[in-house]
Unconditional design. Sequence first.
Length: 228
Amino acid sequence: MTNKDKIKQLSIRFGLLGCFGLFLGLAISIVIESTNASVDGFLLFKKSISELGYYGHSQSALLLNGGLFFGSLCIALANLFAVQVTEGWLKYPFWFSFSASFLALAATGLFPLNVYHLHLHGLSYLFIFVCFSSIAFMAYAIQIGWREVKLPLLLATICLCLNLSVFILPYAGFIFAPFLTATYMDIIASSATLSPKPDLWWQAFTQWGSDITLVLWVLSLLSWLKKS
């Protein structure tokens, strides 16, 4: 086995470990919150991930934040290994910005909504870096031949759309906001105390959709990396 093969195996293993950590934290949080739901009941799209990580407000906060932190760090490390075994100069802006995305996601777990400003900074950088890495991957896919990475390219496009909607929809008035000039960050910051909420809360839907698509994107990249 060559040194390149060993690095590729490390990338795949750390990536899978990170995805498992993220999935486990989210899944256990959903089960716990569903079991201990209030009279209104627990809906996946009625509570944001930030709200589930709020200490003192959510019983699953420690597990969720732990999964976000350790899982994201593993994926960030996997990305740094992947940059060593892939081809093309456009791999650098993609893999490094992708790593930065997961470092920002890890920061949202390390600094939950209780640590108000740090959590919102981490969340802001997460959306920004995911948008940048999605665009960087589109350029990278053109360089290496997009037919080889059709599924990762599709998931990157979905990630870009979901994360861009975070900045566009609140200002366009298409999604519920506690006050007219509220930004997405204002809405997430008030999510733990905001009441009543709509049955299908678009802010929560966007955050869940973005993070789930991000994990699926990582899995598709690992599958491509294994075959390449």
